[in-house]
Design a protein around this ligand. Structure first.
Ligand SMILES: *[C@@H]1O[C@H](CO)[C@@H](O)[C@H](O)[C@H]1NC(C)=O
Ligand SMILES: *[C@@H]1O[C@H](CO)[C@@H](O)[C@H](O)[C@H]1NC(C)=O
Ligand SMILES: *[C@@H]1O[C@H](CO)[C@@H](O)[C@H](O)[C@H]1NC(C)=O
Ligand SMILES: *[C@@H]1O[C@H](CO)[C@@H](O)[C@H](O)[C@H]1NC(C)=O
Ligand SMILES: *[C@@H]1O[C@H](CO)[C@@H](O)[C@H](O)[C@H]1NC(C)=O
Length: 550
């Protein structure tokens, strides 16, 4: 993969290069040089074709096999930084197959499954998603999962405080029976308290059938603890699509939470037609854990070093090495530089989703200077946010809603929220989602003083190819399913392409879908003056200076 990527990038640089050369050489034409360069290009092209052809087994039947010239054509086409040009050819699909066994009713199920989902909001989301799949595998009745109250995030919220529990139960009714609690009658008939166990990470379905099912049948109620990534990444397509039904449809936030999210979106869209959301993980704990250095001198080394002592068995790390390996979260300044290099200008509206930022305002200032139109949920809805401030998961949910809706989403990290949102944005129509190619960016950032802005920007653009949230970046087998939900992305039949009316092909329009779900209350309760002059969602016609490519 790495080789192919490099090859393509190199090739691209060369193509750009020859183009410039051609302009200079138009008069007098030095044919020998042109021919030489062209021959060299042809050689490289054929090298790359070799790679692409050998790569084709990556694309399953769900993806059309793209021909190499399509790829080559893409390589030097300008990229619209606000919208993926190819998103219109794909849509999120997670329908049940005709042979998918429907939900087993409570009375005939093999027993009750209690789940304790662990971690912060998005880790819990993966746990809840997989809990439904495990319940299906076991023909068990799922009891609405419990959320972790003791994680780093220290939040006492229960499932019902964050997610719409009735919707969760009803929208899954065809797949898995979900109940709010184990009936008293069953509890009373039990001789012992529920059996509690923890399954290994990423267990195969067979593990559950072999190890959990017998206990479930014997005891009627089994509790699985620390439940997050406890089910294998690669599952049968039908089960992957069940994951999508849970994650993208059944799990929706409660009305109070989604109201605030919608309010913030409304206030953002009143200021500009489109906006970028930036998800920053820059809490002291995370930075200390990463073992990286972020440029804060001895003070930073001391403070993060002290925090790092909390974990007793962390490996010794060299900050420089971690950075070269792409393991360090980008600083807010670096995120700003990345965005500016990609072509977003200083007028762009930016929403920053974050918890505590190490160094506070001081750390954020360089980003603010690059993007003066900078907003946070506190700035946009300080008063309305008051009831939520002591609940970190609900605050995270609000950020999730705004980040999901934004035209462009970028993160400085590779955490759970970054991955889950990247996957969701693919499913909901491939909205522009920028994942920093940290490994290659780190070298460019380190050498920034040694080059001019234009060179820097060119290098950044070239190294971000393949990390911009384009549909074609996705290949079955790449990365985690939550980030690349390949089984749930379908391609529209080609004959329909480019035409707004798509016959019988279902299209998931993220925003319409979201509005349909969240509309009921929000819009009615917001006051009239706020409802006026809300611009329509962007359609993505862009000024030339906002394009990048060549
Ligand atoms: C679940 O129910 C289906 C249909 O009744 C059956 O085919 C399957 O074997 C059951 N699986 C388990 C683990 O009980
Ligand atoms: C953006 O930059 C231009 C020129 O560099 C400057 O005139 C303008 O005021 C800046 N815009 C904002 C919102 O700061
Ligand atoms: C799109 O399809 C509709 C209905 O089939 C047709 O009337 C229209 O002309 C098509 N538009 C284009 C641009 O092909
Ligand atoms: C939103 O709610 C209003 C009022 O109930 C309704 O008239 C409108 O059609 C809804 N919009 C969508 C997109 O569902
Ligand atoms: C409606 O919202 C506007 C702008 O936020 C505010 O100025 C106004 O006082 C609000 N009106 C009511 C009736 O709440």
């Amino acid at each position: 993969m790495g080789v192919g990527q490099d090859c393509r990038n190199h090739n691209l640089a060369l193509l750009n290069h020859t183009k410039h050369r051609k302009k200079q050489l138009l008069w007098p034409i030095r044919w020998t040089l042109v021919c030489g360069v062209l021959l060299f290009v042809v050689g490289l092209v054929s090298l790359c074709i070799g790679h692409v052809v050998s790569d084709q087994e990556w694309y399953s039947h769900r993806f059309i096999k793209r021909s190499w010239y399509y790829k080559m054509d893409r390589a030097h086409a300008p990229v619209d930084i606000w919208k993926s040009e190819f998103s219109k050819f794909y849509y999120g699909c997670s329908e049940r197959g005709p042979r998918f066994t429907p939900a087993v009713r409570e009375r005939s199920s093999n027993g009750y499954l209690l789940i304790a989902a662990s971690g912060g909001l998005n880790q819990q989301r993966t746990g809840i998603t997989d809990a439904v799949v495990v319940s299906w595998i076991l023909n068990a009745t799922l009891v609405v999962p419990e959320l972790d109250h003791n994680s780093f995030w220290k939040d006492d919220s229960d499932f019902v405080d964050i997610f719409d529990v009735d919707w969760f139960i009803s929208s899954l009714s065809k797949d898995v029976t979900v109940v709010k609690r184990v009936p008293d009658k069953v509890m009373r008939s039990m001789l012992k308290p529920p059996y509690t166990m923890r399954v290994p990470r990423k267990s195969e379905p067979n593990y559950y059938l072999d190890e959990v099912l017998p206990i479930l049948l014997r005891r009627r109620v089994v509790q699985l603890t620390k439940f997050d990534y406890r089910l294998a990444n690669d599952l049968d397509e039908e089960l992957q699509r069940l994951r999508c039904r849970v994650n993208y449809h059944a799990l929706r936030f409660t009305i109070p939470v989604s109201d605030i999210g919608q309010l913030i979106i409304l206030r953002m869209r009143k200021m500009a037609r489109r906006f970028i959301s930036v998800h920053l993980r820059f809490e002291p704990d995370m930075l200390a854990f990463s073992g990286c250095y972020f440029g804060g001198g001895d003070k930073e080394r001391y403070e993060l070093g002290e925090i790092r002592k909390r974990w007793t068995n962390l490996p010794e790390t060299t900050p420089d090495k971690e950075r070269k390996r792409g393991k360090c979260p980008l600083t807010p300044h670096e995120v700003g530089l990345l965005l500016r290099a990609l072509g977003y200008n200083n007028n762009s509206l930016v929403y920053v989703a974050s918890g505590e930022i190490y160094g506070g305002e001081e750390t954020l200032r360089p980003l603010r200077e690059l993007f003066p139109n900078f907003y946070t949920k506190e700035m946009l809805a300080g008063v309305e946010l008051q009831p939520f401030v002591s609940f970190s998961s609900r605050l995270a949910a609000i950020d999730y809603i705004v980040c999901e809706d934004s035209d462009v989403f970028v993160t400085n990290n590779n955490g759970n929220m970054a991955k889950i949102l990247a996957g969701r944005r693919r499913y909901m129509g491939h909205k522009r989602t920028i994942r920093p190619n940290a490994k290659r960016l780190s070298a460019i950032f380190m050498a920034r003083d040694q080059m001019g802005w234009d060179t820097f920007a060119e290098k950044v653009k070239s190294c971000q190819r393949g990390f911009m949230g384009e549909p074609e970046e996705m290949r079955p087998g790449r990365g985690e399913f939550h980030e690349y939900p390949a089984s749930c992305i379908c391609k529209k039949p080609l004959k329909y392409s480019g035409n707004g009316s798509l016959g019988t092909v279902p299209i998931v329009d993220a925003r319409a879908e979201y509005r349909k779900i969240h509309n009921t209350s929000t819009m009615l309760r917001l006051n009239n003056s706020e409802m006026q002059n809300v611009p329509a969602p962007s359609t993505g016609t862009d000024d030339v200076d906002e394009l990048w490519g060549d």
